[in-house]
Design a binder for this molecule. Structure first.
Ligand SMILES: Nc1ncnc2c1ncn2[C@@H]1O[C@H](COP(=O)(O)OP(=O)(O)OP(=O)(O)O)[C@@H](O)[C@H]1O
Ligand SMILES: Nc1ncnc2c1ncn2[C@@H]1O[C@H](COP(=O)(O)OP(=O)(O)OP(=O)(O)O)[C@@H](O)[C@H]1O
Ligand SMILES: [Mg+2]
Ligand SMILES: [Mg+2]
Lengths: 165, 187, 187, 165
């Protein structure tokens, strides 16, 4: 229903503005409803302007900036309505070291509500995981999975005495 | 809903039956060298949730998801992926109970009548012939029954909760009405 | 041909005149945090070589490549990019000498008549009005004259020698005839 | 001319087969001419099958495998006809550590003929450069470049005594 959509839109937008400000340390990031030809429904335009930079076409943003803004939008939706789980396949590929740290912090914040499954090559991202699934192809062309539980302190569940939570 | 386990057999590079158990929440990371099968796991989740487009799974036709053989192995005859989930409020949610209870051979969601939690497994199979099967707790059902469980969760038809490799950079350049359908699904 | 220098002013995030000198060959790496301007340098090279599509440079219209202002700076009135190259065999190559010598106001490539090497600079400017200028060694010429220098080098119209961010993963999924034009350009 | 195209195609294909074998440690990688509807010109199909894996649609390859094969094809063209220079913007983004090392080795091999300008976040890739261009935005929205020459031994041109070559 249109009322339902507008409520969801407003709330997700508030979340997105907050997410953007956190991830970029300022700037303006939000969604706007725009008239779309050929339909009575409004389309959604995304405005994303990192701090100190002038507002312009989001296409001109850098690869890393686009990734970070998109992550912020996704998390804004999850803040409104958490998904049971979420699969992120190499979403950190374009992020530099300091943005990977921001991404990690955001994951830790959101992990209570949604189970995140990250596919990544970045050591920094791996460090935030409680479980690692190592995929190997010892026999060519045949995949196997080995799962390893990591303790919440120093990578060793046994040493800190608390049961794996 | 909480994810408990993923099982794959005959799906893409997962010739042998493999399992990913999820115990406890938080963040999990899937790691390994290029080409070892990580994105294939993500594809298997999209697929068991009802992905209809072979192209979205990097194939040209749906049979491309069946293990195609390797140096030492013959191609498989079937691909099968199962997702086991826990619904902590099964008794409160008429929809899940109904789907699992309803017509079309779907079965009652596991769990004691007075118990709160209920574990259930959804399965999708594809044979080389092109024949497909969808199951809830081992009983045949329609693809619709599986999709209904996940409506509005981000794991439904728009599945915005599954971001494929290379797609994060595309989200900002998506079309205005595509973005609308994502918000509509969440609403 | 050897690259000697890139100069940018008013091009995208390069408000002030900046220079990248190339002394000696081998490998150079452009590094820095997200959004600092690295890909903009790559765009400036595509642009000065004659890129006609604003979309290929992530813009919606060509004026998007002109510095658009920032917190403390006003927008620029013009974008200008210059590429300085060394042609070690200028005296042997009728084409370069001809382009630089020929009609349309193009000028003689720098270098002594008996000397072997010749350094030359190509420049492209764009004004807010939409007016464009192309120059070789400071003298106005046509865009064609610049493109002719690089035909068959991978820096021509197909510019397969410039791989934009995100494009490497697309090469294998390009269309059969697009791949043909790349081989044709190299041929 | 068609004869010119066929000669170039054959030679680049020989290079590509070699490149693929080197980068993947085996397997089959080559181009094939295929009939294309609506035109008398043959289109080019790319076949890429890593060692031990069965030949199938290249679209099914992983992100890293696609990047590596594409890099091999590009270098095969440069082997046939070196470009004056080549700009590679984050082509290593999808490569794991061992493939980045293979990529580096290939760059060092090819650098004699073509000047490579790499844009990268990967430390391993940076290490192979003789010159680094650091791009910074001290003032928000305004880019500046600082260039640093690295010696060919141990990152310091002054210590090894040989003039910067
Ligand atoms: N039907 C199939 N049968 C056998 N192997 C397959 C099938 N479909 C895909 N593969 C293989 O799976 C591999 C790709 O796996 P995947 O995309 O999961 O890799 P990845 O771990 O994500 O790697 P990367 O880090 O490079 O993204 C390819 O080598 C491909 O040949
Ligand atoms: N015309 C313009 N005027 C001012 N700034 C611009 C203009 N066009 C683009 N920019 C800015 O340049 C920045 C993008 O730069 P660029 O794409 O070069 O980043 P990058 O260094 O490649 O980053 P990444 O590592 O994320 O790929 C954006 O923040 C964008 O706002
Ligand atoms: Mg992958
Ligand atoms: Mg970039």
């Amino acid at each position: 229903s249109r009322k339902q959509f507008n409520e969801a839109f407003e709330e997700i937008n508030i979340n997105f503005r907050g997410m953007f400000a956190t991830l970029f340390g300022g700037g303006v990031g939000e969604m706007r409803l725009i008239e779309t030809e050929g339909t009575s429904e409004a389309g959604i335009e995304i405005v994303a302007s990192p701090p100190g930079k002038r507002l312009q076409n989001v296409a001109l943003l850098s690869g890393g900036e686009k990734s970070l803004a998109a992550i912020g939008l996704l998390m804004a939706i999850f803040q409104y309505k958490p998904s049971p789980f979420c699969v992120l396949d190499e979403v950190d590929a374009a992020l530099d070291d300091s943005n990977i740290v921001r991404f990690r912090r955001l994951l830790q914040q959101m992990a209570g509500q949604t189970q995140f499954i990250l596919i990544t090559h970045a050591k920094t991202t791996m460090e935030v995981a409680q479980t690692l699934y190592g995929v190997i192809m010892q026999e060519p062309g045949v995949s196997r999975v080995v799962s390893v539980k990591i303790g919440e302190h120093d990578g060793d569940a046994a040493t800190n005495g608390t049961p794996y939570a | 809903l909480k994810l408990k386990k993923i099982e794959l057999v005959g799906f893409k590079s997962f010739c042998d039956r493999q399992e990913l158990p999820f115990n406890g929440g938080g963040v999990s990371a899937v790691v390994g060298p290029n080409g070892c099968g990580k994105s294939n796991i993500s594809d298997s989740i999209s697929w068991v949730l009802g992905e209809r487009s072979a192209k979205s799974l990097r194939g040209s036709r749906m049979q491309d998801v069946i293990f195609n053989g390797s140096r030492d192995r013959k191609p498989s005859g079937m691909a099968s992926v199962s997702l086991t989930l826990l619904d902590p409020d099964a008794h409160l949610k008429p929809r899940t109970a109904l789907v699992a209870n309803g017509s079309n051979g779907a079965t009652r969601v596991n769990g004691s009548p007075n118990g709160r939690a209920a574990e259930f497994t959804i399965t999708r199979k594809l044979f080389r012939s092109g024949e497909s099967q969808y199951l809830i707790n081992g009983k045949l059902c329609r693809l619709r029954d599986i999709q209904d469980i996940f409506l509005g969760t981000g794991l439904g038809p728009e599945h915005y909760a599954i971001i494929e490799q290379g797609r994060i950079g595309q989200i900002l350049s998506s079309r205005p009405l595509d973005r609308r359908s994502i918000i509509e699904e969440a609403a």
